[in-house]
Design a protein around this ligand. Structure first.
Ligand code: ADP
Ligand code: TYD
Length: 205
């Protein structure tokens, strides 16, 4: 069995960071492989620069900057970690770009051209009621530019479009949508584990 590459996706405030952390813990040792948790934008100096530049970089410039950060992430961390036999769980990946840079004014086809060559993964989409997500965002002390621009409804809609796009036979990504409404994080992780156990996941292609 090869190590698995799993992305946790969903609107801001849907629980990605919480679930990705718990999932990495549960995947540690699964099928005999350790698990490594990572995130995008990366915690590298370049990822930090991109995150800090979100108010200045917009549209195409931001999408290209995130794609550069992702290229470095895939080449310098994700592939070597999978090659060393460890599962990789990332908090955000290609689908975040498909949603957030669309909110920032780009067409999906353009965003895809910047992302089409990246290593495919198994994607878990977290969805919840827009009002639940909105109430979590309202409780946050800080918001990024894109969080202030795109409503939870719009992010949910664009995530559905991204899932449909990547389900096309030309792309054929393995994707699961988890309805988190009224469920505690450990239950959500149980559901993800059940789905991963069911999959014949190609993992590191
Ligand atoms: N299933 C859940 N039920 C209740 N609260 C949750 C759940 N998942 C996450 N939260 C809480 O919602 C907030 C946003 O979660 P977070 O993981 O930061 O979301 P994201 O990374 O998608 O922005 C946090 O305060 C977290 O504790
Ligand atoms: C991965 C990714 C993130 N982003 C943005 C979304 C957020 O505003 C920011 C990440 O902020 P951060 O606070 O680090 O993460 P999160 O919102 O998941 O808790 O980067 C993009 O614009 N495009 C992308 O492809």
């Amino acid at each position: 069995m090869t190590a698995e590459f799993v992305a946790v996706e969903g609107p801001t405030g849907s629980g990605k960071t919480t679930i990705a952390g718990l999932l990495a813990h549960r995947l540690n040792g699964w099928r005999g492989h350790e698990a490594v948790l990572t995130a995008e934008p990366t915690r590298s100096p370049f990822g930090d620069l991109v995150r800090a530049s979100e108010w200045m970089l917009q549209g195409r410039a931001l999408a290209l900057a995130l794609a550069a950060d992702r290229a470095h992430h895939v080449e310098s961390m994700i592939i070597p970690t999978l090659d060393s036999g460890k599962h990789v769980i990332t908090d955000r990946y290609v689908q975040s770009s498909m949603v957030l840079h669309r909110i920032d004014g780009l067409e999906p086809d353009e965003i895809w051209t910047y992302n089409q060559y990246f290593l495919q993964c198994t994607t878990v989409y977290l969805v919840d009621r827009p009002e639940v997500i909105a109430s979590r965002l309202a409780a946050r002390s800080r918001a990024t530019r894109l969080e202030l621009t795109g409503t939870p409804q719009r992010q949910l809609e664009y995530y559905r479009d991204a899932a449909a796009f990547l389900a096309h036979p030309d792309h054929n990504w393995i994707q699961h949508t988890i309805d988190c409404y009224g469920r505690r994080p450990p239950e959500i992780v149980d559901e993800i584990m059940r789905l991963l156990n069911q999959d014949r996941i190609p993992g590191h292609l």
